[in-house]
Design a protein. Structure first.
Length: 104
């Protein structure tokens, strides 16, 4: 059976670009680039920016005590992050236990 009206092939570059834009990967990469400038080395070692969901940065944390400490520092971290990135795209930060730079 021969198919009629086949669509023109889409270049793989266009597909990748569209996929990357829809996943907010560039935002996370931008945050990774400046994370060590925003937080102290000990914090950077025990955390890892994971994803951005609905303008909320999700950060993996190595342990519950670190998560508690970061909740106290959240406003300062958010303020520095917004200052460095020059935007208000990130409106909040949420911490969760997960894979961090310490475990990589």
């Amino acid at each position: 059976m021969v198919r009629k009206n086949l669509e023109k092939p889409v270049p793989i570059g266009d597909i990748l670009k569209q996929t990357l834009e829809s996943t907010n990967i560039q935002e996370v990469c931008d945050i990774w680039d400046v994370w060590n400038e925003i937080v102290e080395p000990e914090i950077a070692e025990n955390t890892r920016p994971y994803e951005v969901r609905r303008n909320v940065l999700v950060v993996n944390v190595s342990s519950a005590p670190w998560m508690q400490q970061l909740r106290f520092l959240k406003k300062d971290i958010l303020k520095h992050l917004q200052g460095v990135l020059g935007s208000k795209k990130i409106k909040d930060i949420r911490f969760q236990i997960g894979v961090t730079n310490k475990e990589r």
